[in-house]
Design a protein around this ligand. Structure first.
Ligand code: NJP
Length: 248
């Protein structure tokens, strides 16, 4: 779709990939709805979008694990703009750990945000897009939604879930409701994502001098999202895997 004046909701817009995507889509003229818990970061971004692209965005402080709040937030977006053309379903966290550490609270948080929060946002946007008979949902999965690795078990489970869900969504929603679905699978990207990791063994393995992995920048993923969402009406990009050249 041509992005000029399209209404696009971005979850997890307060940092990393979400923030970079907001910058990209604003440059293309989209009207943005920025969602996350850290409202001051969203306000700062909204000001930047206004200064650099004259984009007037809507800021919504939201915890995606709060089902009622998510549904209310999408209602509010519909009330404000009358429509929702795109959802970048991006909020996520990655407190990876080895299973025998039994960091069960962290397992719960990953399932609650990466999977249930993403589903609540789909529930929020689907009635609007169904009524419009148009829209585009972009789910941010991961290379970890395609391959498993030690230490990543629960994160893998959530992201395999997002990848599977996206494929099924495409089959259900695209032919009958004209809602496009794309799954984006980033490899390593330099963002705040690793800050929630508490397992020292995992952190040590990331910080080993032999680890020569050079992560991508958030904007590298933002460009993939921009590419997927700005295709002509008859073209649907269903899946994009983007990795650093140095990632195995
Ligand atoms: O990470 P980060 P990324 N309710 O930490 C938000 C996937 N990915 O940009 O609420 C609402 O900078 C949080 O906002 P706040 C990854 O799995 C990444 O890298 O204010 N929002 C922040 O804006 C994730 O799905 C890599 O704290 C909540 C955002 O989520 C997506 O990319 C690799 C929330 C996280 O931004 C963006 O992550 C890969 C909640 N309860 C997949 N909890 C990578 N970076 O290497 C968190 O394969 N957020």
């Amino acid at each position: 779709m041509k992005l000029k004046d399209k209404v696009v909701v971005i979850t997890g817009a307060s940092s990393g990939i979400g923030e970079a995507t907001a910058m990209r889509l604003a440059a293309d003229g989209a009207k943005l709805v920025l969602m996350a818990r850290r409202e001051e970061r969203l306000q700062y971004l909204a000001q930047k979008l206004m200064d650099e692209h004259q984009t007037d965005s809507m800021v919504v402080k939201l915890d995606v694990t709060d089902r009622a709040a998510v549904l209310e937030a999408f209602e509010a977006v519909k009330k404000t703009y009358g429509r929702i053309d795109g959802l970048i379903n991006n909020a996520g966290l990655m407190p990876v750990s080895f299973l025998d550490k039994l960091k069960i609270d962290e397992w719960d948080r990953m399932i609650d945000v990466n999977l249930k929060g993403l589903l609540y946002c789909i529930a929020g946007v689907l009635p609007v897009m169904k009524a419009q008979q148009s829209g585009h949902i972009v789910n941010i999965s991961s290379v970890a939604g395609r391959r498993v690795g030690p230490g990543f078990a629960v994160y893998n489970a959530t992201k395999f879930g997002v990848t599977a869900l996206s494929e099924a969504m495409r089959m259900e929603l695209t032919p009958t409701m004209n809602i496009k679905v794309t799954v984006i699978e980033p490899g390593a990207v330099a963002t705040e994502l690793t800050q929630t990791i508490t397992d020292k063994d995992i952190l040590d393995s990331f910080n080993k001098p032999s680890n020569s992995l050079k992560p991508l920048e958030a904007d590298d993923i933002a460009r993939s999202i921009q590419y997927a969402i700005s295709q002509p009406d008859e073209v649907m990009v269903s899946e994009i895997l983007v990795m650093p050249r140095s990632q195995m």
